[in-house]
Design a protein around this ligand. Structure first.
Ligand SMILES: NC(=O)c1ccc[n+]([C@@H]2O[C@H](COP(=O)([O-])OP(=O)(O)OC[C@H]3O[C@@H](n4cnc5c(N)ncnc54)[C@H](O)[C@@H]3O)[C@@H](O)[C@H]2O)c1
Length: 248
């Protein structure tokens, strides 16, 4: 056994939510390259089916906000060893003008969806006595972004970071580790509109010490580390991948 073997996922099944595109797709690809049988679970069947077949994985239609659908999927898939909670959305509305539906939509995907998946897949991992959960939080759970207003998003990601610690504490003695990654600005469809909004791009790059956005593939290795035995004594941790954003 070499140190690199600790990163291998042969024989493991990994389910990645929101992996039809963006960061989730690169995570799915990375876990597949490490040997896992990867299931992409996403709202978008057209893009998701093609994404799954391109990496030799499979696709499951899933809306993470639907706790019944999450429960049914967890029951249908006999054993998922690795769960990556990656599905997420953002709404850029000033706090004082945020409609109830925007708040609920963001919390529904980014927080409720993470909890439903942790609860349903986590219960089965606890029964099996092992498992690894990694959630895509954000640096927005640690800082408040500017210039764009996104209070719901920031609050949802802070909650994911603390949910990660809470579940890690509950489940550490029963073989299930729970960790998160906190990316900074990353070039995906999610940030495309922001990059095109006058002033945002300059502020985002100017407040990131490395002076650039991350590529989605730069997030995946951290997820592989946390998902695999390479991080066997790590739980409750949020690994920040932000080009230095949070040091300023
Ligand atoms: N892009 C960034 O700058 C950035 C930075 C930090 C954190 N993040 C987080 O990374 C994750 C992925 O973001 P991205 O930039 O790749 O976004 P993206 O919009 O490119 O992809 C999100 C994916 O999630 C899916 N999805 C949305 N709602 C869903 C639902 N209810 N159920 C299942 N799937 C759903 C979409 O269909 C899509 O495939 C999100 O949690 C996001 O908050 C992104």
């Amino acid at each position: 056994m070499t140190i690199l073997d600790l990163f291998r996922l042969d024989g493991k099944t990994a389910l990645v939510t929101g992996a039809a595109q963006g960061i989730g797709f690169e995570i799915a690809r990375g876990l597949s390259e490490a040997g896992a049988n990867v299931i992409i679970a996403d709202l978008n069947p057209e893009v998701g089916e093609a994404a799954a077949s391109s990496i030799g994985g499979s696709f499951q239609m899933l809306n993470v906000t639907d706790s019944g659908a999450v429960r049914d999927l967890a029951a249908k898939l006999s054993s998922v060893h690795i769960l990556v909670n990656n599905a997420g959305i953002v709404r850029n509305t000033p706090a004082e003008e945020t409609p109830d539906d925007d708040w609920k939509a963001v919390m529904g995907v980014n927080l409720d969806g993470v909890f439903w998946c942790c609860r349903e897949f986590g219960r089965r991992m606890l029964d099996a006595g092992s498992g690894s959960i990694v959630s895509t939080a954000s640096m927005s759970g640690l800082i408040s972004n500017h210039p764009q207003p996104q209070a719901a998003y920031n609050a949802s990601k802070a909650a994911v970071i603390h949910l990660t610690r809470s579940l890690a504490g509950e489940w550490a003695g029963r073989g299930v580790r729970v960790n998160a990654v906190a990316p900074g600005y990353t070039a995906t469809p999610l940030t495309k509109r922001g990059l095109e909004t006058p002033g945002w791009r300059e502020t985002w790059l100017g407040t990131t010490p490395m002076g650039r956005l991350a590529e989605p593939a730069e997030i995946a290795p951290a997820v592989l580390y946390l998902a695999s035995e390479a991080s066997s004594f790590v739980t409750g941790h949020t690994l920040v991948i932000d080009g230095g954003y949070t040091v300023w």
